[in-house]
Design a protein around this ligand. Structure first.
Ligand code: AMP
Ligand code: GLY
Length: 672
């Protein structure tokens, strides 16, 4: 299949006043990639060429021009040497020059890059450069907002800071203001001023060209799925400066206005349409498309994906496969409950006798395959266990339960860990707590999740043990050659409440004392991720799409996930009858309350009422329930401020009260 693309040369105007080392780093970066074109005549020829992406030589090109406001600036010499078109323009004449010369044909630049430009741009120039469309970037040698203005490195050094670094940001009317795109920090330790300057400049030369490239070549992203989890992911991605256009596959009516919908009958059609739209990255929310090999189909056509391929989706799809994975490295096995694989009733008898002889608690019965989250049964007696085993083996869940596990029962605190894996590196979110049961105090049937908060309330010792477990997980994924780019969700139970930690060295087999894996999922947890996304430190430039892009390039780093010192809560509003047979079709009102209480809503089981136009004006009054989990209400607060945390929970519950529909149910104990 062919992917059609419109290749347009991207035009960059760099403004610099001084030595120009950043200018040269940017030019060299694009030159080394073979993307640089040198003059406008050639450039215009390259416009609007339609071609086949399978032809690897067809890539967008970059054209760079330079302006300096200093006549004798070294940057002008560099431009001359590098064969880049340059202009010396006195600052007072800059506006006129831009208007009359290089912007005159109504042809602006795609990006204006300040690279050591020692001036604050006045409003008229900002307007000419379309600053309101985020077209101007700057790099500053400190961790903004600290040390704004000139001589930032010297001032940070003189102040004796422990950490400093580099900030790249969009430019607005304020000195070194504007949205932060990236903030790279390092420890100053025993560096001299000269060494510090060298380190900062080296860092600038590395990160600035990469960010410029991402801003020039933004991504078309397709988010697949129609729950609150996918609404949250789409919402975050829609805010990214690196997004070209957002597309949605199977969204619910509550968030379909965030992007352009791709309609399809089957995966072949979805793939065809995705290629036509020039989708760069597919982000998959639910597990079914992973099991069905959607990732493999897209990857075969060169579209990057966030989600496991069919082979690795088995970590969620088959409990036996997961057990085998955990035992992959005899020297370094991942801890999990003792178990027996059972294919028939005599084997079930044998397995139950094994646990009885061990003096173990009544074990757990698990269908090997995927049973829509209902395949785990916690029996009250050995007789109950045998009965359940028989039902499962008889095909209670079809083929999914023709093979079962009988598994030792564990007791402890449960936490969900979402990790990102790019094929080389594993990076994790803080532990989250999922409220699985329908009713308060963890009573009632298991559900998809009635609420969540993050980070979980665990001790530093438990966190260290989890960190040790995560090292083992990363190691196991590497050893097994896990060749996918996506999510690994570890459902953990912490069985050891002792406060003594016996070392966090991964070589120490007991460093993950008491951390047992109950299950793996290969997708983000719903509703955990709705809370976890609130923790991403967007103020420090931590951007979800940016992280996804790095993953698809196998460049994920441990420092890519930056978190705020916050706690986030998520409450699920559900429909009467959930999880067995939820009511549908009740009109929803009161959604305006959300804003008043600073909450976010992510929709799940909702649908436009009949006879409603798509007009966004009456959007909040147009929805009716259409499923078990109707929506998530999310709010975060400063973790170090207990009153703010209480207020956040109160806000969520006041919002929940004001949102009205027949049959509304929700838990009252989230975060308490
Ligand atoms: P799963 O579908 O594997 O997530 O299991 C659902 C729930 O069953 C888990 O969240 C646990 O609360 C419980 N569970 C699963 N396995 C065990 C076990 N070995 N011991 C105790 N509880 C378990
Ligand atoms: N909240 C649990 C899950 O997503 O499976």
């Amino acid at each position: 299949m062919l992917q059609k693309q419109c290749l347009k040369t991207k035009r960059v105007l760099i403004l610099a006043s001084g030595d120009g080392s950043n200018f040269e780093a940017i030019v060299k970066y694009f030159q080394d990639k073979g993307l640089l074109v040198y003059d406008d005549a050639k450039t215009s020829l390259q416009k609007h060429i339609r071609c086949d992406v399978a032809d690897k030589t067809s890539q967008h090109k970059v054209y760079i021009e330079l302006i300096s406001d200093k006549k004798d600036a070294n940057v002008l010499k560099r431009a001359h040497r590098l064969n880049i078109k340059y202009h010396y323009v006195e600052f007072n004449n800059l506006e006129t020059f831009l208007q009359n010369n290089i912007l005159k044909k109504g042809q602006g630049f795609d990006l204006y890059v300040l690279a050591g430009f020692m001036r604050v741009l006045p409003k008229q120039i900002l307007d000419l450069m379309e600053f309101d469309k985020n077209k101007i970037v700057n790099i500053h040698p400190s961790l903004l907002p600290e040390f704004k203005g000139k001589n930032a490195i010297e001032r940070a050094f003189a102040a004796g800071v422990l950490k400093t670094g580099v900030t790249v940001h969009f430019v607005d009317e304020n000195l070194d203001g504007g949205k932060i795109l990236e903030r790279c920090a390092f420890e100053v330790s025993a560096l001299s001023l000269e060494e510090l300057e060298a380190k900062i400049h080296a860092l600038e030369h590395k990160i600035y060209p990469e960010i410029i490239e991402k801003l020039l070549f933004k991504k078309n992203v397709l988010v697949f799925g129609g729950g609150a989890r996918e609404h949250a992911l789409a919402f975050k991605i829609a805010l990214s400066p690196y997004l070209a256009k957002l597309y949605l596959a199977k969204p619910n009516d509550g968030f379909k206005n965030l992007g352009k919908i791709i309609e399809f009958k089957d995966y072949d059609e979805l793939l065809r349409r995705a290629l036509e739209c020039g989708i760069d990255i597919l982000v998959i929310g639910p597990e079914a498309p992973l099991f069905e090999g959607l990732v493999d189909m897209f990857n075969a056509e060169g579209i990057k994906t966030i989600g496991a391929n069919k082979a690795w989706a088995r970590l969620e799809e088959s409990k036996i496969f997961a057990k085998e994975f955990m035992a992959n490295s005899p020297k370094n096995p991942i801890k999990t409950a003792d178990y027996r694989v059972v294919n028939n009733i005599p084997e079930a008898d044998e397995a139950l006798n094994y646990f009885k002889a061990k003096g173990a608690n009544v074990p757990v019965i698990k269908a090997d395959g995927s049973a829509l989250g209902k395949g785990v049964y916690l029996p009250s007696s050995y007789d109950d266990a045998l009965m359940c085993a028989k039902e499962y083996l008889d095909g209670k869940f079809g083929d999914a339960s023709r093979k079962i596990l009988i598994e030792e029962r564990l007791f402890g605190i449960e936490v969900s860990i979402m990790s990102l894996w790019d094929g080389n590196t594993l990076v994790s979110f803080p532990p989250a707590c999922d409220y699985k049961r329908l009713l308060d105090d963890n009573k009632g049937p298991n559900t998809g999740g009635m609420g969540a908060y993050a980070p979980s309330k665990i001790t530093p010792v438990q966190q260290k043990r989890i960190d040790s477990y995560l090292k083992k997980l990363e190691c196991a994924l590497k050893i097994c050659g896990a060749n996918f780019c996506g999510v690994v969700y570890s459902g953990l139970i912490l069985t050891d409440s002792s406060k003594v930690f016996d070392g966090c060295d991964a070589a120490n087999i007991d460093a993950d004392n008491g951390v047992y894996v109950l299950e793996y999922n290969m997708r983000f947890g719903d509703p955990e991720i709705q809370a976890l996304l609130e923790l991403l430190d967007d103020g420090a430039g931590c951007d979800l799409l940016d992280i996804f892009i790095k993953m698809t390039q196998k460049r994920l780093c441990k420092s890519d996930l930056k978190f705020k010192n916050a706690v986030a809560y998520c409450l699920t509003l559900a429909s009467k009858g959930y999880p067995v047979c939820p009511e549908k079709g009740a009109e929803i009102s009161g959604l305006m309350a959300v804003k008043k209480h600073n909450c976010k809503i992510y929709f799940a089981g909702v649908k436009y009422k009949q006879n409603t136009s798509d007009s966004s004006l009456d959007f909040l009054n147009s929805l009716a329930t259409n499923g078990g989990r109707v929506m998530s209400i999310v709010r975060s607060a400063d973790k170090s401020n207990p009153e703010a945390c209480i207020e956040a929970i109160l806000d969520i519950y006041q919002t929940a009260q004001k949102i009205k529909y027949d049959g509304k149910i929700y838990r009252k104990d989230i975060g308490k």
